[in-house]
Ligand binder design. Structure first.
Ligand code: AMP
Ligand code: ZN
Length: 473
């Protein structure tokens, strides 16, 4: 929707390279080309990963709110991402564990990744290229880096990036080459074939590996993880990236190396801005498989909680700060969501037009999003609506209708009976029948039973409505 000029603001974000808050601009003046590092599909994405994936959705929603055009690409890493511990391809080691074809595993987890994004209302990217289907463009880019003398073929037939040739190495992460110690662990072990310990493999010779390998002028092998993102971002976004997004741990070495590869290919700064999201902790510790505190979206759903409660928890925290999630905060957000949705149904009964008064409240919320995605401040404003005496119920409904596309919380959603257990549905039906028969004491009794189950019933002009007041027992 195109907004009035008075409400149009420019989105600013913290740029890791310049170390300052900077405006997000479109280089061609019309489309915002955005690349967000996607999942490695050897396991389910945990809610920490989802916090990072939500970041590109918040950027997109903010830009689109003022009618801007966004082209978002997110890759699917199904080959080449090596585990730090065993230096083995993550998808291949999972394939050994599950005794299944590596590509079958990758497709399964890719499907589950899309389902998770849908559950937390992430608008799909415009393209989800798979690394294994972009090998040709990687080979093309590696050939070009060899021609430009930024890469060399090692004694082991792997192709390495010559880190010392990229004079600005370290500008993104602060890890300058002269300060990096030999033996620092990258994706690949020291094998004597590199000229310098900080060089990394653009293409890795197959060695004993027989699966997930491709033929190249340097022999059979597989791509390095960093070249995947250089190749896919430059190919799908037509030669440059306005904004590149990922979790903070990708700053080094992944993005530092990507920048060193992409800049010589484009002869320019390939990425205008780098946006990094901080990590999610769960009950005090960084969420990770190794810490054993992984929470999946399906764990949330299994507790009868709307997954958008997790989205709301993320919105309550600024992307640049670490945040601690707990079951308590997820449940509190869920209770609020239910209450707000029920309120909206009540408020929307009043037929009130949009006014300059409601528009100024919408604009204030939008400004918070533009201000380096200050979603906690925007959430405060949204929460304040509930008790506000400044706006009439009808005006509150109009504001929610406008800003829901920014928050993505489905605040106008009607409660659906399909979300409820069969027992609750029959109690609700029995209560409708009791009221129709003017049996008010039976109706009150049923109300109490439903409240016991965590369901609050109200009688409105449109009939009986309900909301969850705590998770279902
Ligand atoms: P992966 O599938 O491991 O490649 O990770 C996908 C994305 O999730 C990357 O952008 C990571 O930086 C990000 N990530 C990993 N762990 C966390 C966490 N605990 N909190 C937030 N983001 C994370
Ligand atoms: Zn990447």
């Amino acid at each position: 929707m195109k907004r009035e000029p008075s409400t149009i603001e420019t989105l600013h974000i913290y740029d890791t390279l310049q170390r300052t808050v900077a405006p997000v601009l479109s280089r061609d003046g019309s489309t915002f080309r955005i690349y967000c590092c996607g999942p490695t599909v050897y396991r389910d994405a945990h809610v920490g990963n989802l916090r990072t994936f939500l970041l590109s959705d918040l950027v997109r929603r903010t830009l689109e709110f003022s009618g801007k055009k966004v082209q978002l690409v997110q890759n699917i890493t199904d080959v080449g991402h090596m585990s730090e511990d065993f230096e083995e391809d993550k998808v291949l080691s999972q394939s050994r564990l599950e005794q299944r074809d590596p590509f079958a595993i990758a497709r399964d987890y890719e499907g589950r990744f899309h389902a998770d994004l849908k559950s937390i209302n992430v608008i799909p990217a415009d393209a989800y290229p798979r690394a294994s289907e972009c090998i040709d463009m990687m080979i093309k880019h590696i050939k070009r880096l060899l021609e430009l003398d930024f890469a060399y073929v090692g004694d082991d037939s792997s192709v390495y990036f010559d880190a010392a040739k990229f004079g600005d190495y370290g500008a993104l992460s602060g890890n300058r080459l002269d300060a990096l110690k030999p033996g620092h662990r990258y994706e690949y072990s020291e094998d004597g074939a590199k000229r310098f310990h900080a060089d990394w493999a653009l293409w890795k010779a197959a060695g004993n590996r027989t699966e997930m390998i491709w033929q190249t002028p340097w022999g059979p092998g597989f791509p390095g993880w960093h070249i995947e993102c250089s190749a896919m971002s430059l190919h799908y976004l037509d030669g440059y990236v306005d904004l590149h997004i990922g979790g903070i741990d990708l700053r080094f070495p992944h993005h530092e190396n990507e920048r060193a590869q992409s800049n010589p290919l484009t002869g320019d700064e390939a990425v205008s801005l780098w946006l990094h999201g901080e990590h999610l902790l769960f009950e005090g510790r960084k969420m990770s498989k190794s810490a054993g505190n992984v929470v999946l979206l399906r764990d949330v759903i299994a507790r009868g909680i709307d997954p958008l409660a997790v989205r709301m928890c993320f919105l309550e925290n600024r992307y640049r700060s670490q945040m601690d999630l707990s079951w308590q905060s997820i449940e509190a957000s869920f209770a609020w969501l239910q209450r707000m949705r029920a309120k909206y149904q009540e408020w929307s009964d009043a037929k009130v037009a949009t006014t300059t008064h409601t528009q100024s409240s919408v604009a204030a919320i939008y400004r918070d999003f533009c201000d380096d995605l200050d979603t906690p401040r925007a959430m405060l404003k949204l929460r304040a609506l509930e008790k506000s005496e400044e706006f009439s119920p009808g005006e509150k409904a109009r504001i929610i209708e406008e800003v829901d596309s920014l928050f993505g919380l489905n605040l106008m959603a009607q409660q659906s009976d399909s979300d409820l257990p069969a027992e609750a549905i029959s109690l609700l039906e029995a209560r409708i029948a009791a009221r129709a028969a003017r049996d008010f004491s039976r109706s009150d009794e049923l109300r109490d039973q439903l409240a016991e189950m965590g369901i609050e019933v109200r009688d409105t002009s449109a009939g009986q409505s309900w909301s969850r007041i705590s998770r279902l027992r």
